[in-house]
Design a protein around this ligand. Structure first.
Ligand code: IYR
Length: 291
């Protein structure tokens, strides 16, 4: 059996040197931990307990000089509201019939559409709820043929690379039944292109940055309302998310740095020979769970 002679152990022999070194290392370790700890909020963000940067304003640093923050929205007395007073004849069933009639199309007629209809649909989209009522959306409507051509050139060049090099072969295989490719005639055929930008932050009257909480969710809801409004007006569209085209399109339209492209919709009437995939929608039993 091996016997350890305690008296001969190096640690015991030199404890008067080893103990202070050990305490110094321990002290440095805790000092570093203490410095890294700023506030429970920042700790939560770091450890990913909250939703993540984009939604919770994690990049918003605590300002030691500010005792009380002023709200971005002006504070005023709340007003009475009696609930919905304007309803669709036929109610929810009629609304379902309208939206169930919507299809994404890739072939548009060049029949002109009064701009006022598009404007009203965008007004409807602008009624969307948004994080802290920041209304973080910009809708760019293009009807100028030369700008449409430039948009198409930018997108087709990138989509060629997407389809041939960037997208996984499973992805391109999944898209085969939808008959999509990098050639996008609809970008010049459709009377209107609506480019929807999310404002990832805004500006306070003093020029400082204003947080746009949940901006992507807010703009996505607004896009949904826009799709419904267009459908109600008898117009069709296609929700497109041009991969890797955001900065070039933002530059083309001179949009500021705080805006990022979320989606692009060509809008118009379906062409005479428009065809769509024979898709089925999930029955309500598959999407609705009751408790
Ligand atoms: N952005 C490409 C690819 C594409 C991706 C999905 I997911 C679609 O549902 C359809 C197309 C394009 O627009 O072709």
């Amino acid at each position: 059996m091996i016997q350890i002679n305690i008296n001969q152990s190096l640690i015991v022999q030199h404890w008067e040197y080893i103990l202070p070194i050990f305490l110094v290392i321990l002290g440095v370790f805790y000092f570093k931990k203490l410095k890294a700890f700023k506030s429970p909020r920042e700790e939560n963000v770091k450890s990913n307990k909250l939703d993540g940067e984009e939604y919770v304003g994690a990049d918003y640093k605590d300002d030691e000089d500010i005792d009380e923050y002023t709200p971005a929205l002006e504070e005023s007395e709340h007003i009475p509201f009696k609930g919905a007073s304007i309803t669709l004849p036929g109610g929810a069933e009629a609304f379902y019939e309208i939206v169930n009639n919507r299809r994404s199309i890739r072939s548009f007629s060049n029949k002109t559409i009064p701009f006022e209809i598009i404007e009203t649909c965008i007004k409807a989209a602008g009624t969307s709820p948004s994080g802290a009522h920041t209304e973080p959306w910009t809708f760019c409507v293009i009807s100028d043929p030369s700008i449409k051509t430039q948009v198409r050139e930018i997108i087709e060049a990138e989509e060629y690379l997407n389809y041939t090099q960037r997208m996984h072969r499973q992805w391109t295989a999944d898209l085969k039944p939808l008959h999509t490719d990098h050639i996008k005639e609809y970008l010049t055929e459709a009377p209107y292109l609506i480019l929807i930008f999310k404002q990832i932050y805004g500006f306070k009257p003093n020029g400082g940055r204003k947080q746009h909480y949940y901006n992507e969710i807010s703009v996505s809801i607004a896009t949904g309302i826009l799709l419904c409004a267009l459908q109600a007006a008898g117009l069709s569209s296609l929700v497109t998310t041009p991969l890797n085209c955001g900065p070039a399109l933002r530059n083309l339209l001179n949009r500021p740095q705080n805006e990022k492209l979320l989606v692009l919709l060509p809008v118009g009437y379906a062409s005479e020979d428009c065809k769509v995939p024979n898709l089925k929608r999930k029955p309500v039993e598959d999407i609705l769970v009751t408790y």
